[in-house]
Design a protein around this ligand. Structure first.
Ligand code: GFB
Length: 323
């Protein structure tokens, strides 16, 4: 692990995936840095298209790239669309990383996911648990793509000497999340279900699986802050974990969500739905040693996410129309 100082001042920084939850949080965070933010819309360039991406990067010549574009989803979406998760993520990564190299990009940050680790990894999961055991079957397709992405950064660094690094964030949530119940992650799903149950005066809330899996959650603004911290201070082969350091059971999470939303009914489990990995708590001690700390506790973060949901629902945001 090596510390470095990469100044963003006066640099052009391309955020791939600026419309997504993570990319838009990174754009918000980078707005306070003295750099120029570059983005491109899907209608202009399809990030899966190697030729189009290469031409765009060669024309715009960013100094730095944050690769936050990805096809993402919750446990059911991952399990239902394995080909899409594998192909689309590989295509985006290949296009953006190779295109960046050809365009002379000096610093690139690739965003992975905590699902790269084996299903039964030691907890909290250290970076060196990578490739030490079988993956969780519901998301192995996404995980394989993300492992390939971090290995690409490692390989380009090794072969070409470029400063390409990787960060592995834990489960993220916050403003701009996906609230489509079939495709979303657990936090937006439970916020929406609890909200709807309260509005309908229902007496129970159905959660998927047994409720016993443990998950770690990080507010996306904390994650974005960590990404910028890494961009500015880290250079090395090894990917770096990004987490809050605390986990809860899904049942505990559901109770917290009900408290935030004000739903007072019972929580009922649905064992016909998958649990996924039993536990996924990252060891973020390397990042902590670099001087980064999260700001949100889970309850404050959930309140923030819920107020975004309510505000955008009231405003008729089209992203919330699929339920
Ligand atoms: O967030 P989630 O979909 O993804 O589910 P993973 C976390 C846990 O919450 C699982 C349970 O045990 C789910 O069964 N859960 C309970 C629910 N109720 C619900 C619900 O209404 N909706 C959802 N979605 N879950 C994903 C991976 O795994 O995590 C991705 O599939 C990625 O590849 C992402 O890594 C961060 O944490 O299980």
């Amino acid at each position: 692990m090596s510390a470095t100082s990469y100044s963003l001042a006066g640099k052009r920084v391309f955020i791939a995936g600026h419309r997504g939850m993570v990319g838009s949080a990174i754009a918000r965070r980078l707005a306070s840095e003295d750099c120029e933010i570059l983005t491109v819309n899907r209608t202009e360039v399809d990030l899966r298209d190697q030729v189009g991406v290469r031409a765009w990067l060669a024309d715009r010549k960013p100094h730095a790239v944050v690769l936050a574009a990805a096809k993402v989803g919750g446990i059911l979406a991952n399990d239902t669309y394995p080909a899409d998760f594998l192909y689309e993520n590989l295509a985006i990564q290949n296009a953006v990383i190779e295109g960046s190299f050809r365009a002379g990009v000096e610093k690139l940050l690739f965003l992975g996911s905590s699902c790269i680790y084996p299903k039964f990894a030691p907890q909290p999961i250290p970076e060196n648990a990578l490739l030490t055991g079988p993956l969780e079957s519901t998301n192995e397709w996404y995980a394989i793509a993300k492992i390939a992405g971090l290995k690409m950064c490692e390989a380009y660094r090794r072969q070409h000497g470029v400063d390409y690094i990787s960060a592995m964030p834990t489960n993220l949530y916050g403003p701009g999340d996906n609230y489509d119940l079939e495709k979303s992650h657990v936090i937006p799903a439970l916020l929406r279900k609890a909200h709807d149950a309260r509005e309908a005066r229902a007496d129970s809330l159905l959660i998927w699986g047994s409720g016993s899996p443990r998950r770690e959650f990080l507010h996306v603004d904390d994650a974005a802050d960590a990404m910028v911290h890494l961009l500015k201070t880290y250079s090395g082969y090894e990917h770096i974990n990004v987490g809050s350091g605390e986990d809860v059971t899904i049942l505990e999470l559901a109770q917290l969500v009900c408290d935030v939303v004000g739903f007072k009914g019972r929580i009922v489990t649905d064992p016909s739905k998958p649990d996924g990995t039993p536990r996924k708590l990252m060891d973020a001690s390397k990042l902590i040693a670099m001087g980064w700390r999260p700001k949100y506790d889970l309850q404050t973060g959930l309140r923030d996410a819920y107020s975004w949901f309510v505000d955008h629902l009231k405003a008729g945001d089209a992203r919330l129309s699929v339920a």
